[in-house]
Design a protein around this ligand. Structure first.
Ligand code: NI
Length: 209
C-alpha cells in the first residue's frame, strides 16, 4: 500500500469511528430522555418512546368540569392514586407538598392535582374531604369510568382492581408517578416512589427560574 492509500484508509476508519461514536451518543441521549424516574433535567416528552399526556375531561372535587385546558398557563404536578390507598398515595401526596414548599415557588404558579384511579369509590364528596386534608390548593379530579380510563391511558398509568381476601373491600394496584408539566402541558419530569422531595423541588426551581 502506498502512503497515500494508508492515509486514505486511516481517514475512512477515523470517519467511520466518528460516525459510530456519534450514533452511540445520540442513542444514549435519546435513551436518557425516555428514562422515566427522576428525569428532572431536560424535556422528557416521551416515556419509553411513547408520547405522554393529552386532552382529558374530568370533574373536580367541587363538582365543576375540569379539562387539561384548565391547567394551561400554569405549571402542574399531577399524581394518580386513590383515596382508600393505605400507604403509597398519602406518602406521595405529602412528598408533593414538601417539594412545593421546598421549591419556594408561589402557589399561583404551580398547581398540584390528584387524579383518582378509582372513580367508583372516589366520588366528588370523598375527594373533597381527602384533598383538603393534604393541601387547600390541591385539586382532586374524578369522572366516569370511561373518562378515567381515557386519562389513565393518555398518561400511561396502570391501574387495576384487586380483591384482597384479607380486606372487606377491594384495593387498587396502580403505578405511582408524579408528573411535572409545563404551562403548555409538556412533560418536564416524571418522579417515582424513590424520588425525593428535594429532587422534585430542584426540578421545579430549574424550570421556573
Ligand atoms: Ni396508592
Amino acid at each position: 500500500m502506498s502512503k497515500k492509500r494508508i492515509l486514505r484508509s486511516l481517514l475512512i476508519l477515523v470517519t467511520a469511528l466518528g460516525i459510530s461514536a456519534l450514533i452511540a451518543f445520540v442513542q444514549i441521549e435519546s435513551y436518557k430522555k425516555t428514562v422515566p424516574a427522576g428525569s428532572s433535567s431536560g424535556r422528557a416528552a416521551t416515556v419509553a418512546g411513547t408520547p405522554v399526556g393529552g386532552p382529558f375531561t374530568l370533574t373536580d372535587h367541587k363538582g365543576q368540569p375540569f379539562t387539561d385546558q384548565n391547567l394551561r398557563g400554569k405549571y402542574a404536578l399531577l399524581y394518580f392514586g386513590f383515596t382508600y390507598c393505605p400507604a403509597i398515595c398519602p406518602a406521595e401526596l405529602q412528598k408533593m407538598n414538601v417539594a412545593l414548599t421546598q421549591s419556594g415557588v408561589a402557589t399561583d404558579k404551580i398547581q398540584p392535582v390528584f387524579i383518582t384511579v378509582d372513580p367508583e369509590r372516589d366520588t366528588q364528596d370523598v375527594l373533597a374531604k381527602y384533598v383538603t386534608q393534604f393541601n387547600p390548593a390541591l385539586i382532586g379530579l374524578t369522572g366516569t369510568p370511561e373518562q378515567i380510563q381515557a386519562v389513565l391511558k393518555a398518561y400511561k398509568i396502570y391501574a387495576r382492581k384487586v380483591e384482597d381476601p384479607a380486606l372487606s373491600d377491594y384495593t387498587m394496584d396502580h403505578s405511582s408517578y408524579i408528573y411535572f408539566l409545563d404551562p403548555d402541558g409538556n412533560l418536564l419530569g416524571l418522579f417515582g416512589v424513590s424520588s425525593t422531595p428535594s429532587e422534585i423541588a430542584a426540578a421545579i426551581r430549574a424550570a421556573l427560574d
